[in-house]
Write a protein that binds this ligand. Structure first.
Ligand code: 3H9
Length: 713
């Protein structure tokens, strides 16, 4: 799409002025767009004969927000834009915003400064700033509550969720919904405003309503909201939003404006927001695949087959049924099939009980799912995903069968989490059709999809699966072929150190707490107990068979021992912890196992109190970072940001730290390298556990950052 010469044009149609914003792809408010908007509005101000103004946008959407890239500029200031919004609102002639697409952030703030908002029925509106670690900085926290009331505005701004035009109309954020082209609707609304003779309605002059029944000027309402927000100190925007909305209720507009400006600026320059902004762009970048031509034709996917109706297969099937695909599950026994379909229904009904789905939606989705004991049903599927146990021989057999029965042109995907996709591709006899689709458990919930690009994967197969990932609401990251791909390969070294620390005397709870304090959703012990110690142990054992494990008898000895003892985690009531219901409690038996294993492998034990949180965090995360850097230098991942997305979307890594690669840059690569050297010296390095990746050493020596690194092409 050619970039227009100016992002804003001012024209006239009879007595109506028209300001058109045209800054593809989403009409974000770049500094140039804001400057042009200021100029365009000045032209309207100067044209005294005009009776009203319509602000509208070209392309697929009204303004979708401030330009996020501009927030990095050292001289960034919201002040010129905010002053413009003040002038728009102060106009004595009606200004109408004609809305379509996604009216977000600074775009919604522009609309709220206008006197009348007309929206197309499909328009979506919201304040997504909180997802970037900031808050609406162009008076959204001040005009929003004055139009929608404090409770609605606080909810919208704190959650960042989008609402429909209808909901926005009900909330008072939109005045009118009309079919037809936005510009025509805007012009019609402008004529109506002129004909009505009403003075322009200015949001800043309204009083923000408090929740019904409020008797103390919002004091209790805001105190509770603030207390809730302060329980999440890693997300300082939440408390700042409460303070701003409270200011909209209790202070004159100009003073509220000052509160918002102060809070916005502190958040914009915070490490948290920078990390979250990095993830925003990394997620979009992950969809751009080196060597894959833009416009690569896609294969048509209408019918999906899944081989294996276990927890994973069922969860995968739900993704496709949710997106409207006819999906068939194949199993080898009636019992397993019914169990699988039953679990899917149970999951849907649980969502319905929480009000997330209607019972009609449950039935509609179940109606898209079918089951069969005859694998011939897979032969007319456009995509077949195998989701059988993680066992190379079994998967090879299954792949060979799929290669024989899948129709020509069908994509054959494996959900393996660790195995060699090239070997499985060869087994099908049609390697070009094969790709890895590694879903994360629970597959219907976790956002990540690792797409494993095999040596022979055809470009159109890769392009189709990447597009499909978006259709089913996943964030997809491409990985090359290696043990565990990006995520599980890095998780392996993290688990290795977690186990060693426990053998050395740390309590599993201490290890979990140290990384949970950093923001990980779950520490390694709780994570493995939930995912299944048996699953983890079998993966290690399978890997051992390929000769991939270090020749270290103590390597992942704990998980294998727990597996041998039948301590599979939550499902058997004991693993790293003992379970009282779903509640993990420390277990003396685990300590006894760790003591015995330490003795068996000659590992010196220390008092738990002598193992600091800093040591735990460094020993778990620095090898993980180091492994991520190896993955980059080997070309398994294309970009550091891809690795960050894998860990944030698939492993509960805190988004406020931007992912492990981003975090490494913030810590400083030289420091990471120095600490690896420290552990190599103090713990011994017989198996190379602490050897820094050459790329880490090189970048550390240059004083460089991963963020500036580009893969050699
Ligand atoms: C804000 O408004 C603060 C204010 O309160 C104060 C301001 C002074 N900036 O997602 P897509 C790019 S904060 C810069 O693939 P979709 C994106 O990187 C902002 N770039 O399309 C991508 O580039 P590329 C509040 C942006 O159709 C391309 O546009 N607003 C921005 O799947 C297409 O994006 C938000 O947070 C931006 N704001 O989804 C909205 N937005 O092609 C953020 C997009 O080079 N945006 N790009 O990779 C979104 O949620 C989605 O992009 C949207 C479209 C729903 C709009």
């Amino acid at each position: 799409m050619p970039t227009p010469t100016t992002p804003v044009t001012f024209t006239r149609q009879g007595l109506i002025g028209l300001l058109c914003i045209d800054n593809p792809p989403v009409n974000a408010l770049s500094p140039a767009t804001v400057a042009a908007l200021i100029e365009g509005f000045a032209a309207f101000e100067a044209a005294a004969d005009l009776q009203a103004l319509v602000i509208h946008c070209a392309g697929r959407t009204f303004v979708a927000g401030g330009d996020i890239t501009a927030f990095e500029l050292p001289d960034f200031s919201a002040a010129p834009y905010n002053a413009l919004l003040g002038r728009i609102e102060a106009s004595s002639r009606p200004v109408v915003a004609a809305l379509h697409g996604t009216v977000l952030g600074g775009g919604l703030e522009l609309a709220l400064a206008c006197h009348w908002r007309v929206a197309q029925p499909g328009t979506k509106l919201g304040f997504p700033e909180v997802k970037l670690g900031i808050l609406p900085g162009s008076l959204g926290t001040q005009r929003g509550p004055r139009l929608a009331g404090a409770a609605v505005a606080l909810d919208l701004i704190s959650t960042g969720r989008m609402i429909s035009a209808r909901a926005a109309l009900d909330a008072g954020l939109v005045d009118e919904i009309t079919d037809g082209a936005p510009l025509e609707a805007g012009i019609a609304a402008a004529h109506m405003r002129i004909a009505s003779g009403h003075a322009p309605r200015r949001a800043s002059e309204l009083t923000a309503a408090l929740p019904a029944g409020d008797a103390d000027g919002g004091a209790a309402f805001f105190a509770k909201a603030l207390a809730d927000a302060e329980r999440k100190p890693r997300y300082p925007a939440l408390a700042a939003i409460v303070r701003c909305v409270q200011a909209a209720v209790t202070l004159p507009f100009a003073q509220g404006e000052a509160v918002e400006a102060r809070e916005f600026e502190a958040l914009r320059t915070s490490a948290t927001s920078k990390a979250m902004r990095h993830l925003f762009f990394a997620e979009r970048e992950a969809g751009k695949i080196p060597g894959l031509a833009k416009g690569t034709p896609l294969r048509a996917i209408k019918r999906v087959g899944i081989l294996g109706a276990g927890t994973m297969g069922g969860g995968i099937a739900m993704n496709f049924a949710n997106a409207g695909f006819a999906t068939v599950l194949f199993e080898t026994s009636e019992t397993a099939l019914q169990l699988g379909l039953g679990l899917v229904r149970k999951n849907y009904e649980a969502s319905a009980a929480k009000g997330r789905l209607s019972s009609a939606q449950v039935e509609q989705r179940m109606g898209l799912l079918s089951g069969s004991l005859d694998d011939a049903v897979l032969s007319d599927c456009d995509l077949v995903i195998e989701a059988v146990f993680e066992n190379l021989e079994l998967k090879k057999q299954v792949c060979a069968r799929l290669g024989a029965i899948a129709k020509p042109g069908a994509i054959i995907a494996t959900n393996t989490s660790t195995l060699d996709v090239d070997v499985l591709a060869q087994a099908t006899g049609r390697a070009a059709d094969v790709v890895g689709m590694h879903f994360f458990s629970p597959a219907n919930v976790m956002r990540l999809l690792e797409v494993v690009r095999g040596r022979d994967t055809a470009p159109d197969v890769l392009a189709t699966v990447m597009k499909l990932a978006t259709t089913i609401g996943k964030v997809a990251v491409v990985s090359g072929v290696c043990y565990g791909f990006i995520g599980n390969r890095m998780a392996e070294v993290y688990m290795r150190e977690a186990e060693f620390l426990i053998l050395e005397g740390a309590d599993p709870r201490q290890v979990d707490h140290a990384v949970e304090a950093l923001g990980m959703a779950m520490g390694p012990g709780r994570m493995l107990d939930m995912a299944g110690v048996d699953v983890g142990a079998k993966t290690v054992i399978e890997y051992g068979k390929t000769g991939g494990l270090p020749p270290d008898a103590s390597y992942r000895a704990l998980v294998q021992k727990l597996f041998a003892l039948g301590r599979f985690g939550q499902k058997t009531g004991a693993g790293y912890y003992r379970y009282e219901g779903r509640n993990p409690v420390p277990d003396a038996e685990l300590t006894a196992i760790a003591v015995a294993l330490a003795a068996e492998h000659g590992i010196n034990r220390r008092a738990a109190a002598d193992i600091s949180n800093d040591e735990i965090v460094e020993r778990l995360l620095y090898p993980l970072i180091n492994e991520g850097i190896r993955i980059l230098e080997e070309g398994i991942a294309y970009r550091p940001g891809d690795i960050d997305i894998v860990w944030v979307a698939g492993y509960g890594f805190p988004d406020h730290r931007g992912g492990p690669m981003w975090m490494a840059d913030q810590i400083g690569l030289a420091h990471v390298a120095a600490r690896l050297a420290h552990y190599a010296a103090t713990r011994g390095n017989t198996y190379g556990y602490w050897t820094a990746a050459p790329l880490l050493t090189a970048l550390a020596a240059e004083g460089s950052k991963l963020a500036n690194w580009k893969a050699p092409r």
